[in-house]
Ligand binder design. Structure first.
Ligand SMILES: Cc1cc2nc3c(=O)[nH]c(=O)nc-3n(C[C@H](O)[C@H](O)[C@H](O)COP(=O)(O)OP(=O)(O)OC[C@H]3O[C@@H](n4cnc5c(N)ncnc54)[C@H](O)[C@@H]3O)c2cc1C
Length: 478
């Protein structure tokens, strides 16, 4: 590492990044910047991950019970961002509004704008040639057992679907290659999570699907639809359906109507009361189509759409039990990135939930790249394990459910901002952006339907915005 003259000699590794979404692209950029050779394997025919809208669905498996799902993106046609674009850019390639028919300059643009921004990011930094498209990773395992920390190499088995099809892997040629390190960046918004505790799901004979397979309201025209879950997707999809459905019933994850009727929800109901109804959680589905809610009310529905979230799933990863997924905890992972016994040759970018992206992905990716090059060192394995245990204990003591182990922003928002300074000298996020994020979240809580089209920026935010917009006049890809 030391060339003998006190200068640090950085090591260059041959790294495989699994996934070409925002996290994988952030990883590819930072790994290259640090001098590593990078191969990104992406099962789709383009970059962008979730933001690559796909009109196809996992049609034969509408509940997403098969692992892995065949269509990675869960984005529906009407989707607009819930986070302001001003805070959603890479640090040296901001998500500036562009004019022109192909662009959507709004603060909370539609999904296509995010996808075209990610493509432009790749073009600006020459990342496209690092990506192998239509290439699904089937297995990542130690190249020689047992894999040991630091020196371990990884065998990556993949299959290429030349036409980008979602057909059987067995029909195509499988290849296996060895890499010095693997960065897992496969996201966690593809594999549906279904609710437990609803009796009769298997007997219910009418249409049931997960929000992962919802694209447009048209197939539900004239129907009575029950949407399960009042999160961001549940609300979006229920409102989208209101345009064509006969009735839309939204089932909250609450035991009573008092609990379900938040101020924001009351506002939505007031605007769509003729079509939209709110209910507490579903307790039972009856074979003939009746849906029974916790307060004893019921409705006969044509379709049920579960907007009940997504779960972590790494079906290709074989670590011999060193990394597991249990109760929505991927672990053990030191700071949600490095499995202590396999670090740094195996790492994860993008595990945390409720974080600012791609900014936080960039932070994680810089850290991984710098540890692999030797610019930075990790603590000893035992110390990393102790830190993971301490994180679990602290969360438990604070009464945070275990399934929120990787939820950073919703539980300890400031931690997200400390990470870059602590591990990779990444410049802190500007204060005006932090303020804009908080005010956007508050206005979304206040009015989930129209918050995207109002701005009420403070002086500080307006000043930051003026400087930010000025960047549009200067090239960013320096
Ligand atoms: C409906 C919806 C709305 C959202 N809205 C917002 C929002 O408003 N603001 C926000 O910040 N975030 C939002 N998100 C979260 C969004 O997912 C993140 O912004 C971001 O896209 C996550 O990036 P990622 O790279 O971690 O994962 P992904 O975007 O999921 O990318 C993972 C990539 O890995 C690939 N992959 C997976 N397995 C394999 C394999 N075995 N082999 C090869 N490739 C593989 C996939 O094809 C995919 O391209 C939303 C998500 C959803 C589903």
């Amino acid at each position: 590492m030391d060339a003998g003259n006190g200068k640090l000699v950085l090591q260059s590794k041959n790294v495989c990044v699994v996934g070409g979404g925002m996290a994988g692209l952030a990883a590819a950029r930072e790994l290259r910047r640090e001098g590593h050779a990078v191969t990104v394997m992406e099962q789709s025919g383009d970059v962008g991950g979730q933001w690559l809208y796909d009109p196809r669905t996992d049609g034969a498996d509408p509940l997403g019970a098969v692992v892995p799902v065949r269509v990675p993106s869960s984005i529906y046609a009407c989707l607009r961002l819930i986070s302001p674009r001003e805070a959603m850019g890479f640090s040296d390639f901001q998500f500036l509004p562009r004019e022109g028919d192909d662009h959507d300059p709004r603060r909370f643009p539609g999904h296509r704008e995010v996808h075209s921004y990610l493509r432009e990011f790749c073009d600006a930094f020459g990342l496209m040639d690092a990506v192998r498209f239509n290439t699904r990773v089937l297995r990542v395992a130690a190249a020689a057992a047992p894999v040991t920390s630091t020196a371990g190499q990884w065998a990556v088995r993949s299959v290429r679907h030349p036409g980008g099809g979602t057909d059987d892997d067995a029909a195509h040629e499988v290849v296996e290659e060895v890499f010095d390190a693997v960065v897992v960046a496969t996201g966690h918004y593809s594999q549906p999570m279904l609710p437990s505790g609803i009796e009769g799901m298997e007997e219910w004979s009418r249409r049931q699907l997960h929000g992962h397979s919802y694209r447009t309201p048209e197939p539900f025209r004239g129907e009575t639809v029950v949407v399960v879950g009042c999160g961001d997707s549940g609300k979006d999809i229920a409102l989208d359906l209101c345009r064509v459905a006969r009735e839309v019933h939204l089932a909250a994850n609450a035991f009573s109507m008092e609990e379900a009727t938040t101020p924001a929800m009351s506002r939505v109901l007031a605007n769509h009361g003729e079509v939209l109804r709110l209910h507490p959680r579903i307790c039972r589905l009856h074979a003939e189509g009746r849906v029974e809610f916790a307060d004893g009310s019921s409705v006969v529905a044509d379709s049920l759409i579960y907007c009940t979230g997504y779960r972590y799933s790494f079906p290709f990863l074989d670590t011999g039990g060193a990394v597991t997924v249990e109760d929505e905890v991927v672990g053990p992972l030191f700071e949600h990135v490095f499995p202590p016994s396999l670090a740094p040759s195996l790492s994860f970018v993008g595990v945390p939930r409720k974080i600012l992206v791609p900014w936080f992905f960039e932070t994680q990716a810089k850290w991984v790249a710098q540890v692999l090059s030797g610019r930075r060192a990790l603590p000893p394995e035992e110390e990393m394990l102790r830190a993971v245990e301490e994180h679990y204990r602290a969360r438990e003591a604070a009464g945070v459910p275990r399934k929120l182990t990787h939820n950073i922003g919703g539980v300890e928002p400031l931690k997200m901002y400390e990470f870059g300074e602590k591990y990779c000298d990444f410049a802190p996020l500007e204060e005006w952006k932090k303020e804009l994020i908080v005010s956007s979240i508050l206005s979304m809580k206040d009015d989930a339907e129209t918050f995207r089209d109002h701005t009420d920026d403070s002086e500080k935010v307006q000043k930051g915005l003026r400087a930010w917009r000025g960047l549009a006049a200067r090239p960013q890809d320096g």
